[in-house]
Design a protein. Structure first.
Length: 247
């Protein structure tokens, strides 16, 4: 049965751009085995494969589980293996996988391991892509909206200018998210992931002149909030022209 840990681990790898399968059945010399999570990095030169064993036990994983997983890793020819569990590994199990291609960790540690890559490969591009039209709508000089503005009624042109003033900062922020230079340009920190989550929310609030108060407690929630306000703003511009003129 699919558990939340499997779903969470699979979602992270999928959002990083890997091809992911859950509860994948694979034939081995000992018979068929079911892999909790199987992933392939098709962007890598050698199609690096990952196998994840998920254990939501209230106790730490013992050495016998690690022995069994090591055999499965060998038989399916995976490059990297993770045993992701609620309590981590027992000391003997940790010693057993020393200097191997297998790592044991908690779910929190797994998320932290890929946080930087997730932020730069998924979070920022998702926001940047969603805000593409909005950033163009608020550009001071844009040939498309400028050309189509001539066909608008006077009150619609006035409303367009009002929206451009109102959403200028949001459109600028959306455009910045589309580049890997966002964090350094916006926070001054040469890192892909915000060091202080509250600080990034406060800076967003300040940049938007208090028009939006973000309630998110996690980056994924912040992404959802940003997507909502970007889509709402874009829809307001689309209504003026009757469609998304940048689609």
């Amino acid at each position: 049965m699919l558990c939340n840990r499997q779903h969470g681990n699979a979602r992270i790898l999928n959002e990083l751009g890997l091809r992911v399968e859950i509860e994948k059945k694979v034939a081995t010399p000992r018979g068929s085995v079911e892999l909790d999570v199987f992933a392939v990095d098709e962007a890598s030169v050698d199609n690096i494969t990952y196998v994840i064993k998920c254990k939501n036990w209230s106790r730490s994983v013992n050495q016998s589980i690690v022995h069994s997983f090591t055999t499965v890793m060998h038989e399916v020819g995976a490059h990297i293996g993770f045993i992701v569990s609620k309590r981590g590994l027992q000391s003997g199990a940790r010693e057993y996988i020393r200097n191997t291609n297998i790592e044991g960790m908690t779910y929190a540690q797994f998320r932290q391991r890929y946080l930087g890559a997730w932020f730069s490969r998924y979070f920022m591009p998702t926001i940047g892509h969603a805000g593409d039209a909005l950033s163009q709508y608020v550009e001071p000089i844009n040939s498309r909206w400028f050309r189509m503005e001539a066909d608008l009624a006077p009150d619609a042109r006035a409303h367009l200018r009002e929206l451009q003033r109102h959403y200028a900062a949001l459109g600028f922020i959306a455009a910045m998210f589309a580049t890997s230079r966002f964090m350094q340009a916006f926070t001054g920190e040469p890192t892909d992931v915000p060091a202080d989550f509250d600080a990034i929310k406060n800076q967003l609030n300040e940049a938007l002149d208090g028009a939006v108060v973000f309630k998110a407690k996690y980056l994924r929630d912040l992404r959802d909030e940003l997507l909502t306000i970007i889509h709402t703003a874009t829809d307001e511009f689309n209504l003026i022209f009757g469609r998304n003129i940048f689609a």
